[in-house]
Design a protein around this ligand. Sequence first.
Ligand SMILES: [Zn+2]
Length: 301
Amino acid sequence: MSNKAKRIAIFRFCAPAASKLLSNSKQQLYLCPICGRGYSEESAITGKELTLEDVPPRNMGGRGLLLTCKECNSKAGYKIDYHIKSQLDLQDLAGIFMGQSGGGKSSGTMLINDERFPITVQRKDGCTEIKLIKKANDPTKVNNLKDFMTALSVNGGGDGLEFNINKTVKLDYRLLKIAFLKSGFLLVTAMLGYRYAFDKRLLIVREQISNPEKDLLGTCFWIEQGKAQPFPKRRIISVSDPLPLFLVTYDNGAVILPNPLSPTDIYAIIRKKWEKEQSINFTGKIYEWPEKALMILDSHN
Ligand SMILES: [Zn+2]
């Protein structure tokens, strides 16, 4: 299915739910789940104002689950989703050197005697292969590198010879967590629909996603793997105990989101809990991440 066909399909699936929500609306509109603004089908057809949102971001294996307005999509992409990519880049590079990566490729800079050589690295046949990026390297310096590498192999393991590999990425951990909050919010919205997204409990979440530069929630919504009992990865957990909430789990942690039964000040309660307790045990039902928009709460009412 083309992106255009996907946008139209999502529009047509969600717009009736939006009409129900805006009971006085005669026009079919799609509401951007983040900012709540309404858009006509024309916006989905042209893709100028409504864009397919990969949830979670594509580099985490996400798919176009929902539409968000161009402003929300590009603002978030630039300010927050970017940090997921940075973290994955670092993990890939580390994984390749630890022999964990399954065919992944990464890049960095090799530092030898204060000279810098841009390189790509990948895992190949059980070895770590380092390649110079031809276009990015000064050919006159490459000869020095050849000499160094020859010395390294002649030395049999290179006793006393050292090189470093560096990678510089822009990574802000608070913004990274907000990127996960946004993905989690959109995953649960795809599952439950507009009635969930526009519940008053979610107002603070949507504000935080729209304004990542403002620190509205701190990081109390984030649970590092290890701070709670081990949880299944990439799931939505509908928690009933110690209090009703959703956990959206990722590979290294999870985000806490309100659910329709949560107290309105759920984050204040969670913050107090973290102050008092080292870890929290959660009990609840586990769901797969949705593979398409389901809008369960909207269509059943
Ligand atoms: Zn929007």
